[in-house]
Ligand binder design. Structure first.
Ligand SMILES: Nc1ncnc2c1ncn2[C@@H]1O[C@H](COP(=O)(O)OP(=O)(O)OP(=O)(O)O)[C@@H](O)[C@H]1O
Length: 358
């Protein structure tokens, strides 16, 4: 890629940051383990998310996707340390939060909002979770209250987040269930009476109630058959079409293709490429060799798995973490590549003269 194109892409990134609802910069999460060891679950992740936009965060199991989402909601366990900033813009940060004078509500260069990583627990619990940031959790069974029916949990959430009067709550809860394709006939069941797919849909219904400007959906299609995957994906897309932002964390590249405007690919705790979904899935394709490998591994494509395994996050190499599995690796890859023009690779696809350019 020539310098002019690289600069133009960097300018697009800067422009995106000024209009973003969420701007994450250099987010890193380390877990402290016994014996002084550590796990670098997320390293220097940066991305922006605009109102009405869906960013799909994809990557193999264990690469740090859920930890990143937990960091944004202040839900990390006690042995975690998070660094960086995650700025939620004022259009999302409600006037209530600002009026309450919470310590986390700041102004940066005249832009009101709050840094989710610096927010105190009170702000997160009262202002952020459910209201400003909705979460479709990865483990819905653990998220649902075991001793209450789905209906009762939906009605309670409707009351708490929307202030709907008592007589209208039943209808509002049923409408929420319908939006997430949760069957009305199962509303009076307890969580342990639900299949994994139904629990997933109940959790999605709960997450949509607050109509939060930002939704984090962590594997929202796990356990669903293809038809329901498509239905859930379409509901999430409708959510963004009303101006909401969606961070979709998924293994399911078909669901990502259906919903996402942009794709961020994570490998060993780092975002290694961010690309428009149209180019990533249907155009010239990803530029990072790992991202190419993910697509080539799909049964409907080449069905060729990426050889080898990801590195241990407790023992990351100095250089490019993908190099040991990469067909393009050279001696240069002993030095970790910076993100440049939205890809962190010394030998990305699509360079001038690249024989593999699609
Ligand atoms: N409390 C913890 N203590 C130590 N390590 C942890 C802890 N929680 C998560 N990790 C580690 O952080 C890494 C990233 O986990 P994460 O759940 O974010 O992966 P993921 O990409 O979401 O994968 P999956 O889709 O399988 O959940 C993993 O190596 C995991 O073992």
């Amino acid at each position: 890629m020539n310098e002019r194109i690289a600069h133009a892409l960097d300018a697009v990134t800067a422009e995106r940051a000024t209009t973003a609802l969420l701007s994450v910069r250099d987010l890193s999460v380390r877990f402290r383990l016994r014996g002084g060891r550590g796990v670098a679950a997320v390293s220097d992740a940066s991305f922006d998310l605009a109102p009405g936009e869906c960013l799909a965060l994809v990557g193999e199991s264990g690469c740090g996707k859920s930890v990143l989402a937990s960091a944004l909601l202040g839900l990390l366990p006690a042995n975690a340390e998070a660094r960086g900033t995650a700025w939620l813009a004022a259009s999302a940060a409600s006037a209530d939060a600002a009026d309450a004078g919470h310590s986390a509500v700041l102004r940066a260069g005249g832009r009101p909002g709050l840094d989710l990583l610096a927010a105190d627990e009170r702000t997160l619990a009262r202002t952020v979770r459910g209201r400003l940031v909705g979460l479709v959790p990865q483990s819905p069974a653990a998220h649902l209250t075991p001793v209450r029916t789905v209906r009762s949990q939906l009605e309670e959430t409707v009351r708490e987040l929307t202030g709907t009067p008592r007589r209208e709550r039943r209808a509002a809860a049923e409408a929420a269930a319908e939006r997430a394709a949760f069957p009305a006939g199962h509303l009076d069941r307890y969580p342990h009476e639900l299949s994994g797919g139904l629990a997933q849909r109940a959790a999605t219904a709960l997450a949509l109630i607050g109509d939060a400007p930002l939704l984090l959906a962590d594997e929202p299609t796990t356990g669903l058959d293809r038809e329901l995957v498509d239905r859930t994906a379409d509901e999430l897309r409708r959510h963004t079409d009303t101006g909401k932002a969606l961070l979709l964390i998924t293994h399911d590249l078909a669901a990502a293709r259906r919903v996402a405007d942009r794709v961020a690919v994570m490998y060993a705790g780092r975002i290694v490429e961010t690309a428009p979904a149209a180019r990533f899935f249907d155009g010239s394709g990803p530029r990072h060799p790992y991202a190419r490998g993910l697509l080539d591994a799909l049964p409907e494509r080449e069905f060729t798995p990426i050889p080898g395994l990801p590195p241990e996050l407790s023992n990351l190499p100095e250089g490019c973490a993908f190099a040991p599995r990469c067909p393009r690796a050279t001696a240069a890859c002993a030095v970790r590549p910076d993100i440049r023009a939205q890809v962190a690779c010394h030998h990305p696809h699509g360079e001038p003269g690249d024989a593999d350019r699609a």
